[in-house]
Design a binder for this molecule. Structure first.
Ligand SMILES: Cc1cc2nc3c(=O)[nH]c(=O)nc-3n(C[C@H](O)[C@H](O)[C@H](O)COP(=O)(O)OP(=O)(O)OC[C@H]3O[C@@H](n4cnc5c(N)ncnc54)[C@H](O)[C@@H]3O)c2cc1C
Length: 377
């Protein structure tokens, strides 16, 4: 079978769905192909929830997150699904990181409070901290399974073709680009590679080498529905166990999700499941003993999922010939959801890449990346 589209998007995770939706809005014909199926448990864009915050140490991400919130709200209104649960967030840890966050948020007119330990305890009584930190209100939780279902419904309603589960086995560049799947050949004006942890191999096959390090990261859901209105937390640094700081947020219907901000080695492209690590769970409960001793301890669920680190913690959204790259999520892309679409669509339409996300940026080539690097942004 042979079909032709203006753009073929490889991967229907959050990057691919957002790109396809925006490109349909701009009038392009679109096919999306997904190997496992959008939101499959082996992929990055899966599971119950993700944290959302505008607390970033670079104004680009602050503005992107502020742009994402009304877009998520519009998606809620269009699909009737509840996607956002915003209860604010407390950030603490490395003073230089916190100072960078305050500067970046305020530089674009965002609101963030600097609080002493007593002020932080008033926001989250369970937290045992002697040091100052930050609180901001435009933060909390994205209900990611609802968000993925809503994004998928929206892109299908907009007229994109979605082939899933279907695996892209070759991308042919040149004067007439083609995407070859295990079932058909799709001719494309532009090919978007939004294949999450699998992007590096697909890109290497067409001669584009990108420093990407897929990792698997674990999340723990504490059963405590009464805590659902608590703010989220973000600990920067705090590396006692070599697993980075801890982040967390409330999850309606469950309680609270907690996780270390470093993934671990061991990602494999053809894995059929990610087994949870009981030792990591024990270390997380040890962190709770130190930082939040009064917090409930009943673990409802522990899951592992993959993400894809870059050397500098920034995404890659750029173009090489007929191929657009939308990858290198660095563990923090989900919150931006629909706001990722215009970034990718601009590349398809030939606009220049944002310097922070460009393939040629110096921090992408001058630094090395390891799977267990912590989330940097
Ligand atoms: C444990 C964990 C916690 C996280 N927490 C947060 C958070 O709190 N806040 C936040 O903002 N972000 C968070 N993230 C990051 C966020 O989930 C990712 O940045 C985001 O989901 C990346 O999406 P993606 O579209 O790049 O990749 P994916 O969702 O992996 O999408 C890629 C898709 O490509 C498909 N594919 C692969 N190979 C092929 C092929 N050959 N042919 C066809 N299709 C193919 C796959 O099936 C997959 O569906 C977290 C991630 C993890 C793993």
């Amino acid at each position: 079978m042979r079909e032709r589209f203006d753009v073929v998007v490889v991967g229907a995770g959050i990057f691919g769905l957002a790109a396809a939706t925006e490109l349909r809005k701009r009038g392009h014909s679109i096919a999306l192909v997904d190997r496992f199926g959008s939101g499959h448990p082996l992929t990055s864009s899966t599971g119950r929830s993700r944290g959302i915050r505008i607390a970033y140490d670079h104004p680009f991400y602050v503005e992107l997150a502020r742009d994402a919130i009304p877009r998520w709200r519009a998606l809620e209104a269009a699909t009737g699904r509840k996607i956002l649960h915003l209860t604010g967030q407390i950030d603490f840890g490395m003073p230089e990181k916190l100072a960078g966050i305050v500067a970046a948020v305020r530089s674009v007119g965002g609101e963030i409070e600097e609080l002493g330990a007593a002020g932080l305890r008033a926001r989250l009584p369970h937290l045992r901290l002697d040091e100052p930190g930050l609180f901001h209100a435009q933060a909390g939780t994205v209900l990611s399974d609802e968000a993925m279902a809503a994004m998928k419904a929206q892109v299908l309603a907009a007229g994109a073709a979605l082939y899933e589960p279907e695996r892209v086995i070759a991308v042919e560049t040149g004067s007439a680009p083609r995407v070859v799947t295990d079932r058909r050949t799709l001719e494309a004006g532009t090919v978007v590679i939004a294949a999450g942890p699998w992007s590096g191999a697909l890109l290497a096959d067409i001669g584009i080498d990108v420093p990407l390090a897929p990792a698997v990261a674990q999340v723990t859901f504490i059963a405590a529905p009464e805590l659902v209105d608590l703010p989220g937390i973000g600990e920067w640094g705090g590396d006692e166990d070599g697993l980075g700081g801890v982040y967390g947020h409330p999850v309606p219907g469950v309680g609270y999700k907690l996780a270390f901000s470093s993934g671990q080695q061991g990602w494999a492209p053809d894995a059929v499941e990610w087994k949870t690590d009981p030792q990591e769970q024990a270390r997380l409960l040890g962190w709770l003993d130190r930082r939040m001793p009064d917090f409930p301890r009943t673990v409802q669920l522990t899951q592992r999922h993959p993400w894809t680190m870059t050397p500098d913690g920034d995404f890659i959204v750029d173009r090489v010939g007929p191929v657009v790259l939308a990858c290198g999520c660095s563990g923090h892309a989900f919150k931006f959801g629909p706001a990722l679409g215009p970034l990718v669509a601009d590349m398809v339409e030939g606009r220049p890449a944002h310097p922070l996300l460009a393939l040629g940026r110096s921090t992408l080539v001058s630094k090395t990346v390891a799977a267990n690097d912590p989330i940097l942004r």
